[in-house]
Design a protein around this ligand. Structure first.
Ligand SMILES: [Cu+2]
Length: 119
């Protein structure tokens, strides 16, 4: 009886340890692999829109884009102001650039989540 409970405790401890180790390792891995905000990753093709930069307002963190249809937002082509997820994104483009970008509704405001000069 005593041996049995020791065995059970050992098994319980081992399974807890086994469960803990992988999750910790995965968390460390995720931190290591998370891209920096300035690093460009490939845009998700399904929600990419095209546009042309008309105006950049770094202080406000806003960009005016003459955009084509935004299929993911069900929006026709127009020129409008977007917020940007990270003001540093505004250093990567200039007025007149043709861009590929992904816009999403974030906190009620249309926000450019990713952006790349397209040519
Ligand atoms: Cu629009």
């Amino acid at each position: 009886m005593k041996i049995r409970s020791i065995l059970f405790a050992t098994l319980a401890f081992m399974s807890v340890a086994w469960l803990n180790i992988p999750s910790t390792a995965m968390a460390a891995n995720a931190i290591e692999k998370s891209p920096s905000t300035t690093e460009m990753k490939p845009l998700d093709a399904a929600s990419v829109s095209v546009g042309e930069v008309k105006k950049i307002d770094k202080e406000a963190g806003k960009i005016t884009i003459k955009h084509g249809p935004l299929t993911n937002l069900d929006m026709p082509p127009m020129t409008m102001v977007f917020r940007v997820k990270d003001p540093a994104m505004l250093d990567q483009v200039k007025v007149g650039d043709k861009i590929n970008f992904i816009a999403e509704k974030a906190n009620g405001a249309l926000t450019v989540m990713q952006m790349q000069a397209s040519e």
